[in-house]
Design a protein around this ligand. Structure first.
Ligand SMILES: Nc1nc2c(ncn2[C@@H]2O[C@H](COP(=O)(O)OP(=O)(O)OP(=O)(O)O)[C@@H](O)[C@H]2O)c(=O)[nH]1
Ligand SMILES: [Zn+2]
Length: 290
């Protein structure tokens, strides 16, 4: 029996990388009975048939975490890629990603891409916002080879998911890191695949420079469906040290004598972060009503 990582799953077959070899495996019947579906990223024990070189998955190790979109397990970090321009950065959406990552409990690195297009330092307010929160960020350009080595270093020895809007430059970044990958960039076939949703499977790709990545199709919006209104504030980690409000149930919105709002007035909380907190809170309230 040997262990490995599922790097791909298609049509009932799982491709398990043991470090030396990738085995095509099937899950044993009892997985289906227990309604446990092996996921890309799962660490599994497998048994190999010596003559056919095919394998069976015998056991799935306990998952450290699990993302829903893309459906992968045991990831170390999400690389959130946004272009500064083309398409214009949507900071509200970036903040939703940060909140979602906090909710799932996974580390994030924000990648502000196409920095070559930022002639007038329009990125500065975003950098100010990111400096006020406990998340790592880098500025990159695959076109001008800026920040690529830094990004490579952040990926080494880790399993990372690349996420972000369509056209942000995810595939281009991955191609600059691992030129052998030749991921399709900005062309029709990938766009077509994204349209159908079901044809694209999550896949773990090994980088020459070290680490593994999942490239996901881009998307332009998503909803924070499972999060409760009163839970939302805890997904803004930098608010926490200011929560000394009059009302224990304070949601830092219209309540008087609120520590968070005081911190905002004093400049100890980034105004953009607070604004987006209120926006998300109102969206959650609206969803509840209908
Ligand atoms: N100016 C500039 N353009 C870039 C850069 N990186 C990528 N692009 C261009 O942006 C477009 C989109 O790049 P992709 O890498 O396909 O973007 P993606 O995020 O993978 O997009 P989806 O596949 O739709 O999710 C392409 O036309 C690239 O040539 C960059 O650093 N600077
Ligand atoms: Zn408050």
């Amino acid at each position: 029996m040997i262990s490995g990582t599922i790097i791909k799953g298609i049509g009932g077959f799982y491709y398990v990388d043991t470090g030396e070899h990738v085995y095509e495996c099937r899950a044993r019947g009892r997985f289906r009975k227990d309604k446990i579906i092996p996921l890309v990223g799962d660490i599994v024990d497998i048994e190999i048939n010596d003559s056919s070189k095919q394998g069976y998955i015998l056991n799935i190790h306990e998952r450290r975490n699990q993302l829903q979109r893309p459906l992968v397990a045991n990831i170390d970090q999400v690389i959130i890629v946004f272009a500064i321009k083309r398409p214009d950065i949507n900071i509200g959406l970036l903040e939703k990603f940060l909140v979602y990552s906090e909710y799932v409990g996974v580390n994030v690195v924000v990648c502000l891409n196409k920095i070559d297009l930022d002639e007038n330092n329009e990125v500065q307010p975003i950098i100010d916002m990111l400096s006020s929160v406990p998340y790592d960020y880098i500025c990159t350009s695959s076109l001008k080879n800026i920040g690529i080595d830094e990004l490579k270093n952040k990926l080494k020895g880790k399993v990372s998911v690349f996420a972000g809007p369509s056209g942000a430059g995810k595939s281009s970044l991955l191609n600059s890191i691992s030129p052998g990958l030749s991921l399709k960039t900005g062309d029709l076939s990938r766009k077509t695949e994204r349209g159908t949703h079901t044809t694209r499977h999550a896949e773990l790709i090994k980088l020459i420079s070290g680490g593994m990545v999942v490239d996901t199709p881009g998307f332009t919006s998503f909803d924070l469906v499972d999060i409760k209104e009163e839970e939302l504030q805890y997904l803004f980690p930098e608010f926490q040290k200011h929560v000394n409000c009059r009302y224990p149930s304070c949601m830092h919105y219209k309540e008087p004598e609120c520590g968070v709002k005081k911190a905002l007035e004093k400049g100890n909380i980034n105004p953009m972060r607070y604004e987006h907190y209120i926006q998300m809170l109102c969206d959650l309230m609206k969803n509840r009503r209908y």
